[in-house]
Ligand binder design. Structure first.
Ligand code: FES
Length: 104
């Protein structure tokens, strides 16, 4: 089971089980983890699920739509991702998801 650790901007942490087939965004909403708005419901068109992802393995690279949305974030970092575009897969390493101070 993949464990997802969400870390809020204030440093508070919450660990949840990552169900295979659910995105990091869906896992956050399922467990009432604050900090992800997900206004578009996972369509990669709102950018309100922006987060900073740390994982010990490889993740699929962002596609052109995700890259375009991330480009709109002034707080973008090298590990910026849209939480709705990372789906937990079988055997996926544990993931740490740092959340920005606010979504925009
Ligand atoms: S939920 Fe809208 S971009 Fe991820």
């Amino acid at each position: 089971m993949t464990v997802i650790t969400f870390i809020q901007h204030d440093g508070s942490e919450r660990m949840v089980d990552g169900d295979v087939g659910l995105s990091l965004m869906e896992a956050a909403l399922k467990h009432d983890v604050p900090g992800i708005d997900a206004d578009c419901g996972g369509g990669a068109i709102c950018g309100t699920c922006h987060c900073f992802v740390e994982v010990s393995g490889d993740l699929p690279a962002p596609d052109s739509q995700e890259t375009a949305m991330l480009g709109l974030r002034p707080d973008r970092a090298d590990n910026s991702r849209l939480a709705c575009q990372i789906v937990v897969s079988d055997g996926m390493a544990d993931v740490t998801v740092r959340l920005p101070e606010f979504q925009m």
